[in-house]
Write a protein that binds this ligand. Structure first.
Ligand SMILES: Nc1ncnc2c1ncn2[C@@H]1O[C@H](COP(=O)(O)OP(=O)(O)OP(=O)(O)O)[C@@H](O)[C@H]1O
Ligand SMILES: [Mg+2]
Length: 464
């Protein structure tokens, strides 16, 4: 078997299509050491076999009973994954050779052939085939990965997001990215641009939350000189700046209804007008919008225009919160740590098993962003060779301690009253810590009267 593999370790499949048993035997013998060889005695048999057994190279006789080799070539040229073909023929006429090459044959050999010369041609063709495969694989890796940007996720939920994303990227329709804070909405918007035919044109982002209403309009649509008091120069808006490319409108739920109306018009008419009146300027822009809000609820509450909602809700992409895809936490954490290491940050690039378990258990209300912040903090604090539980934020550690309490109760190692007492003590300490030792404020946080607070503290021997 070893002899049938190339250096890359792949099996090389050679299909011989010839009706003469003598030729079949000679060829089978010549290549059995270097290839897995199959033989078909007719064009039809070859076509059938190729469906089940994708060959890397076909040696094809032109003159056969039934359909000819040229017929086979013609038929193959319509198939999507067509193997390269070297044509063998006793005819040796130039016109047949030309016709075969025109139909996509790689090379041409006349019978009777020199077996060593044929071996060299076969070897070249197979190497070429392997290189093509390798290029294909690398192209997939480079484009597939970098165009998804830093987006990662092996969970079924994220894989689904990636599939939707690829489909959406090919279209021109407006995409609405929905998800809690820190779930990767901006990364998705960038990936959409990178995967789209617009990737060479600009990607322009604008956060609608960051600006007062008066500024948003001129940011979006630009203004003419003298359009308002401060407009000393003409200004191109983000719509025009994104021409041919993608405009990312982040936190679209924060737009005032006035600006919503203008945005709707721009999307419907595919043109904008600068403030101060320029007349309509056509813009070819693909809009990607994002929000952490429940836009349907905003529509019901009358804060978001229904017509704009339907206009941007064409292709929604919903990003799952991190707590609903815990299997990605390890991957995200490890990739963040190795990125930090590669950027020359101090600190370990590993997690202890305990720390990882705590990360995987925590609920991450701030999602991936919160996870990354927790890791950055841990990197700065960590003394050891790996990030340990103690290096993680209080909230994570506390959740982990609670979970262990639960486990101890389940395992019968702790009674409920003991567990409650421990829990109570932790809550007290936490509230006192948060209130910087001020007992009155700590009591308020816990919903206790000052007197009950004091009693509980005494019971635990705190503050004596
Ligand atoms: N799937 C993911 N893979 C890798 N990194 C991610 C992923 N999702 C989010 N991140 C990282 O988390 C951080 C927050 O992501 P991003 O800014 O895209 O979130 P967002 O949804 O826009 O949040 P916000 O609503 O708070 O603006 C970034 O550092 C981003 O690189
Ligand atoms: Mg964002």
């Amino acid at each position: 078997m070893g002899a049938q593999r190339s250096n890359g370790g792949n099996v090389r499949r050679l299909l011989i299509v010839d009706d003469e048993p003598g030729v079949q035997d000679v060829l089978r013998f010549a290549f059995k050491e270097t290839c897995e060889v199959a033989v078909a005695a007719s064009a039809d048999a070859a076509l059938d076999l190729l469906v089940r057994w994708p060959a890397d190279l076909v040696l094809l006789d032109l003159v056969m009973p039934g359909r000819s080799g040229l017929d086979l070539l013609r038929e193959l040229s319509e198939r999507p994954a067509r193997p390269p073909v070297i044509v063998l023929s006793a005819l040796g006429t130039v016109s047949t050779a030309v016709e075969a090459m025109r139909l996509g044959a790689l090379d041409y050999v006349t019978k009777p052939f020199e077996i060593d010369a044929l071996r060299i041609k076969v070897e070249h063709a197979l190497v070429r085939r392997e290189l093509e495969r390798e290029v294909e694989r690398l192209r997939f890796e480079v484009h597939g990965r970098t165009r998804l940007g830093r987006l990662i996720g092996q969970s079924a939920r994220m894989q689904e997001v990636f599939r939707t994303l690829e489909r959406a990227a090919a279209s021109k329709a407006t995409v609405l990215v929905l998800g809690e804070s820190g779930t990767g909405k901006e990364l998705v918007a960038r990936a959409l641009h990178e995967l789209s035919p617009r990737r060479e044109a600009p990607f322009v982002a604008l956060s609608c939350a960051a600006l007062p209403e008066t500024l948003i309009e001129s940011e979006l649509f630009g203004h003419e000189r003298g359009a308002f008091t401060d407009a000393r120069e003409k200004k191109i808006g983000r719509f025009e700046a994104a021409s041919g490319g993608t405009l990312f409108l982040d936190e679209i739920g924060e737009l005032s209804t006035t600006v919503q109306a203008k945005l709707l018009r721009a999307l419907q008419e595919r043109s904008i007008e600068r403030l101060g009146g320029s007349g309509p300027i056509p813009v070819d822009v693909r809009v990607v919008a994002a929000t952490h809000r429940d836009l349907e609820r905003e529509v019901e509450a009358g804060r978001f225009r229904e017509d704009l909602f339907y206009r941007i809700h064409v292709l929604p992409i919903g990003l799952p919160p991190l707590r609903e895809r815990r299997e990605d936490i390890r991957l995200l954490a490890e990739s963040h740590l190795s990125r930090a290491k590669a950027a020359g940050e101090r600190g370990p690039d590993r997690l202890t098993a305990t720390a990882l378990a705590a990360l995987e258990r925590y609920d991450w209300p701030g999602n991936v962003r919160e996870l990354e912040n927790a890791l950055d903090r841990a990197l700065a604090l960590a003394e050891g060779e790996a990030i340990d539980l103690g290096d993680l934020p209080e909230a994570v550690v506390r959740a982990e301690r609670l979970e262990r309490l639960r486990e101890e109760i389940r395992g019968g190692r702790l009674t409920l009253p003991e567990a409650i007492a421990r829990f109570e003590r932790e809550c007290l300490e936490e509230a006192l810590e948060a209130a910087a030792g001020n007992q009155t404020r700590a009591a308020e946080r816990l919903g206790l009267t000052r007197r009950l607070m004091k009693l509980t503290m005494d019971r635990h021997g705190i503050g004596e």
